[in-house]
Design a protein around this ligand. Structure first.
Ligand code: 13P
Length: 249
């Protein structure tokens, strides 16, 4: 049985003092859940969030990283740096990074491999545009993104990998994929992983849905056969709402 994972992606929101009070407030609300609760926070909030989440069941993640360990890459942060302060997860290849910051399938793959080499758990984002969905080619696109992101990743590392299916047309738009559509896309991703790594690894893999997840739709999404939780943007900025999502299954 796969564990449910609820990850907040704060994107470029929340100052350190806001991060601290958010974690102080939500920690008692989610303390009894068996679900994995993760907050992926801006770099400047990481250290404060790690300190505040000590002795709670909240895990902390970053939202991006560079694939090199160090060097002349002004403005970048490496996986080794994240690991050195105790970060556990890192979002890789979010559609906003693919769209605005030139992440490609190739750099996503480099980041995934570097994350794993630094004992970080990558949350790899894949998802199609509205145009692709209207052409009915979504499964082709997301399975290709999945295969390329995992190129040269050893089977033994897959237990530390998470995938998030985030249809771009559902991000920040209020349009959620139906539970049925999201589940079927996630099944396609799982099928692709099974082709590469075999059925047992694929059926153990955690695959999340992201795109306008809210307290009033999370239960229906998370109770489907293949959706193992959510990557939550806007609704992860509100303590009560995010706590409800964490507790909805
Ligand atoms: P929203 O939940 O705001 O649609 O964002 C989804 C997302 O991009 C999470 O990574």
């Amino acid at each position: 049985m796969r564990k449910k994972v609820i990850a907040g992606n704060w994107k470029m929101n929340m100052l350190p003092n806001e991060a601290i009070s958010f974690i102080e407030n939500i920690a008692p609300m989610v303390k009894d859940t068996k679900n994995e609760v993760i907050l992926c926070v801006p770099y400047v909030d990481l250290f404060y969030s790690l300190l505040t989440s000590q002795n709670t069941n909240i895990k902390i993640g970053a939202q991006n990283m560079h694939w090199e360990e160090s060097g002349a890459y002004t403005g970048e942060v490496s996986g080794k740096m994240l690991q050195s302060i105790g970060v556990e997860y890192v979002v890789i290849g979010h559609s906003e990074r693919r769209q605005y910051f030139a992440d490609t399938d190739e750099t996503v793959n480099k980041k995934v491999r570097a994350a794993l080499a630094n004992e970080l758990k990558p949350i790899i984002c894949v998802g199609e545009t509205l145009e692709i969905r209207e052409q009915g080619k979504q499964n082709e696109v997301i399975t290709t993104q999945t295969r390329l992101a995992l190129e040269a990743v050893e089977a033994s590392k897959l237990e530390n990998v998470l995938i998030a299916y985030e249809p771009i047309w559902a991000i920040g738009t209020g349009k959620t994929a139906t539970a049925e559509d999201a589940n079927s896309a996630i099944k396609a991703i799982r099928g692709e992983v099974a082709k590469i790594y075999g059925e047992p690894i694929a059926s153990n893999l955690t695959i999340l849905y992201g795109g306008s997840v809210k307290a009033d739709n999370s239960k229906e999404l998370f109770e489907t056969s293949d959706i193992d939780g959510g990557l939550v943007g806007g609704a992860s900025l509100k303590v009560e709402e995010f706590a409800k999502i964490c507790l909805s299954v």
